[in-house]
Write a protein that binds this ligand. Structure first.
Ligand code: SF4
Ligand code: SF4
Ligand code: SF4
Length: 889
């Protein structure tokens, strides 16, 4: 970093070359009053409070003046002080004077500045003609906007624009009437606001202010329990309750920024519905039991069903340590590899596909690299809803000049920022990507050097592309040919290009092919193994990456070591001092078939909710009812837990230590913030207690750190991880040794494949399993709401229900008109598997012929109608496409 030397108030200081005078002063411990400056935002210099004298010649605002070598700055001169005083007085005479009762008292920037400058109170009172009495907007459930207190610094406007990309605010009116207003002067709740609270935490006074704040007595750093972005949060505790959440500015993933879920969705932790004691079902009714009663019953039943009659579902919400202990118990004690988790329903094709093509089934690059990409290709990801803080980075890249290509059947929010929007028919991604690859080769913009040096199988791929002339691709996908060409050439030439995808790619009967198509196009353009490039699957749940890494899968032990390779099996048998089953187990989707076939009799399920989340949920529910014995371990009595014989109360993320691994492979510390509520226990402890009750050694762990030590001894990619090393900042695997710094970027020199080369895989477009016909003329696709998570077990009890409390059937206006439907009307959505009722939302976001629903609401269980046809390789069901009809209720 280049340094410059300058003098501030007679003192020689050093600053970095890119800094402004204000930043140079602040970084050297010299205070210059400032109100509209914020380190996260572009400076605007509108408050005039940071006025300084430069080189004895001119006055200027320090926040917009770049440092120069040899510069002389004076922060206190009669002229400077005069200007500052006037600027400060003008603010104060328009500002309410009730500092003592204001919630910002002692932390208000204006108060601090007034004190520093030393204003004349009598003069202020004389000048104060009338204080504004504008209505206070209390419509948002989490914060208020009081325009009377606003000092027009514009920080909220710039935050919402520059950081969040929502652009909800602007200045309205002029002169004395000037205010910050939402567009159309709407109430906050009716505006574009997505309730992230980013503007609120930056407001220097209390014009934007969190409602009902109880100042915490203490704070603990941990990780957000919702999506796979893995934002660092700091939870505030008062007594035994979590009362606040704020972003951790030291965390490199989010640098303090959060979305609505991470900032306001924590009420579930202390919710009165939490399970606090074990329950045993007797004569169809749950009765409270002691831990000893529940564990004895489980031990007795489990002992009778070891082997092929036993199945287990682990949890992407639980820690790495818990997933490790869980799969160890299932393999070592229950003698089966039939252990799986919800990755099967979201990113199983990622693991299957990327391992084949690149040698590793995880995000190749890091979240922090997004902002420097020159092109971002976001296909099958509704990033602003499902990975909101990561979407801030995508919008930042666009601000920095990147081209954004969005490919999605629905016109999602990100399209507003896109240079090219490809609206493909659901299920036609392989055709679209094959068409783009053919264009790239025809236009000669493929990366021949990269292909030659780093890949194999190019000729096979090239041959397979002959079946994808542009007119066929246009007909299959519905995307105009000129857009396909433009997108192809843009992605191939604006390098580095970062490809992002999520479940729009994976949740198909050809999900593995879709994933392979994304890696093919990245290899073709040389967009792998370089900064701000790569193939980047965005993982859904907070620890779905970790649950996969730690072996909650039927075919691999921790670290993706195959269960059916004798040498690896021997390694784990030696370490665990037991014999292990040799055969690959059943997958999530196969387990439910096997229960109904009478092969599996007992299911142990930790922190999942298949009664709502499983495709063709009616089938899954029948299976749950057919079990001989069913144990559920969870924090609430979920829809699935209702079918259990024994329910065990687990501790929430805030009540235990451990680690989560985020979507960019970063292993981060989760910390105990409060004691487990009631009589509940951390999941790892419950699993160990069951194992011990069954008389099995190998589960004598007393702390999660001891489990991590065992993990690192057996999992090469986690070999160098320890709680000490990740105490301040997480480490990205592979991290094979204590001295290794982790790997933010994969495949820089060679791929993790057998040959070390990236494999091109020729592909054939296959249509979705169930296409619309006369009886079921619409395609139903599924999506996520920003305000909810998975089956809403946590978000609806977490304080987010207030922002969205029901399911919608999103339908195009033309389709609504054809069916005679109005906005907000109840309809029945019927498929070959079942039906579900919900309210219509007539919107252009859904293209003609396609309706969309989430699966967040038990009152409208969308998965009663979705298709359980699976990808033959990854066994993921096709929840993104099924045929339905819509009936008026
Ligand atoms: S609401 Fe707060 S952040 Fe926004 S302009 Fe007013 S004082 Fe500044
Ligand atoms: S809460 Fe977020 S979205 Fe809403 S106005 Fe503030 S910054 Fe914008
Ligand atoms: S983006 Fe994801 S991890 Fe970050 S605060 Fe939101 S839900 Fe939590």
């Amino acid at each position: 970093m280049e340094e410059v030397k300058l003098t501030i108030d007679g003192m020689q200081v050093t600053a970095e070359k890119h800094m402004t005078v204000l930043e140079a002063a602040l970084s050297n411990g010299i205070y210059i009053p400032n109100l509209c400056y914020h380190p996260d935002l572009e400076p605007v210099g509108i408050c005039r409070l940071c006025m300084v004298e430069i080189n004895g010649k001119r006055l200027d605002v320090a926040c917009k003046t770049p440092v120069e070598h040899g510069m002389t700055i004076r922060t206190e001169t009669p002229e400077v002080n005069k200007i500052r005083k006037i600027a400060c007085e003008l603010l104060l005479i328009n500002h309410p004077a009730e500092c003592v009762t204001c919630s910002a008292n002692q932390k208000c920037e204006l108060q601090k500045i007034a004190h520093y400058i030393g204003v004349d109170e009598e003069r202020i009172n004389r000048l104060r003609k009338h204080v504004k009495t504008l209505p206070v907007d209390t419509s948002n459930p989490y914060f208020i906007y009081d325009p009377n207190k606003c000092v027009l610094c514009g920080i909220c406007i710039r935050t919402c624009d520059e950081i969040v990309g929502v652009n909800n605010f602007d200045f309205a009116y002029r002169g004395y009437d000037e205010v910050v207003s939402t567009f159309g002067n709407k109430l906050m709740i009716d505006s574009r606001c997505v309730s992230c609270g980013e503007c609120v935490v930056r407001c220097p006074v209390s014009a934007l202010n969190i409602k009902e704040t109880l100042p915490p007595a203490r704070e603990v750093k941990t990780i957000c329990p919702y999506c796979g972005v893995g934002c660092g949060i700091i939870l505030g505790v008062r007594g035994e309750k979590v009362v606040a959440s704020r972003g951790d500015t030291d965390n490199p993933v989010n640098r303090g920024r959060l979305c609505v879920k991470g900032r306001f969705g924590f009420e579930f932790i202390n919710h009165p519905d939490r399970l606090t004691t074990p329950l045993i079902k007797k004569n169809g009714t749950f009765e409270e039991a002691t831990w000893d009663e529940a564990l004895s019953l489980i031990a007795q039943k489990f002992t009778r069903y070891k082997g092929d009659a036993f199945a287990a579902l682990s949890s992407a919400k639980c820690t790495n340590e818990e997933n490790y202990v869980f799969q160890k118990f299932i393999r070592a004690v229950m003698q089966t590899n039939t252990v799986d988790h919800c990755a099967r329903l979201c990113h199983a094709p990622t693991v299957a596909g990327l391992v084949q093509s690149l040698g590793s089934g995880a995000m190749t690059n890091s979240i922090g690299e997004i902002k420097n990409a020159r092109c971002i290709f976001a296909i099958g990801t509704n990033t602003t809803s499902a990975h909101p803080v990561l979407a801030y980075e995508v919008k930042k890249a666009v601000r920095n000049g990147a081209k954004l290509i969005v490919a999605n059947p629905r016109e999602i929010d990100l399209c507003e920022f896109a240079h090219i929007f490809l609206q493909q028919t659901p299920g036609t991604d392989v055709a679209l990507l094959m068409g783009m690859m053919r264009v790239i080769i025809e236009e000669n913009v493929h990366d021949i050097d990269f292909i030659t040096k780093r890949t194999q199988g190019f000729e096979d791929l090239e041959r397979s592309l002959k079946d994808y002339p542009i007119d066929r691709v246009e007909a299959l996908t519905g995307v105009p040919r000129d857009l396909i060409v433009e997108a192809a050439v843009t992605y191939a030439t604006y390098k580095p290009g970062m490809l992002l995808y999520a479940m729009g790619i994976t949740q198909h009967t050809h999900g593995t092919d879709n994933v392979l198509a994304t890696s093919n196009i990245a290899l073709l353009t040389g967009n792998v193994g370089k900064p701000s490039s790569g193939v980047n699957p965005l993982r859904g749940q907070n620890n779905v990456q970790g649950a996969c890494d730690l072996g909650a899968l039927p075919n691999v032990y921790p670290g993706y070591q195959r269960v059916n390779v004798p040498a690896i099996k021997n390694k784990f048998e030696t370490a665990w001092k037991c014999s292990l089953p040799a055969d690959v187990g059943l997958t999530h989707t196969e387990i439910f078939d096997a229960i109904l076939d009478g092969k599996i009799k007992v299911l142990y399920e930790m922190g999942e909710n298949p009664a709502l989340s499983e495709a063709n949920a009616g089938h899954a529910i029948k299976a749950l009812q057919a079990l001989d014995f069913f144990v559920v371990q969870d924090i609430f009595l979920t829809e699935t837990a209702q079918y259990a014989d024994v329910v065990l109360p687990g501790a929430s993320f805030a009540e235990k230590d451990g680690t989560f691994t985020n979507t960019e492979r970063r292993v981060q510390r989760v910390r105990k913030v409060i004691e487990p509520v009631g009589n509940c226990k951390p999941d790892w402890q419950i699993v160990c207690d069951i194992a011990k009750k069954m008389g099995n050694p190998g589960f004598e762990f007393t702390l999660p750190s001891e489990i991590m030590e065992e993990i690192t001894s057996l999992t090469p990619s986690y070999g160098g991880i320890s709680y000490e090393r990740i105490d301040r900042e997480g480490i990205q695997w592979p991290c094979p040794s204590d001295t290794h710094q982790g790997t933010p970027m994969l495949h820089t020199e060679f791929f993790a494949t057998a040959s070390g080369k990236g494999n091109f895989i020729p592909l054939t477009y296959k249509p979705s399993f169930e296409l619309p016909d006369e009886d079921y003329p619409y395609i139903l696709t599924t999506e996520r709401s920003l305000y909810h998570f998975h089956t809403s077990t946590m978000t609806r009890k977490g304080g987010l229900e207030v922002l969205r409390d029901r399911e919608f059937v999103e339908i195009n206006p033309a389709d609504a008109e054809k069916l005679g439907l109005k906005d907000g009307e109840m309809v029945k959505v019927v498929s070959r598997r079942g039906e579900v009722m919900a309210q219509t939302k007539v919107t252009d976001v859904s293209p003609k012929g396609v309706i969309s629903m989430t699966f967040h609401f038990r009152e409208s269980p969308t998965n009663m109608v979705t298709s359980d046809a699976v990808d033959p390789v990854a066994k993921i069901p096709e929840t993104k496409v099924c045929a339905v009809r819509i009936e008026k209720c």
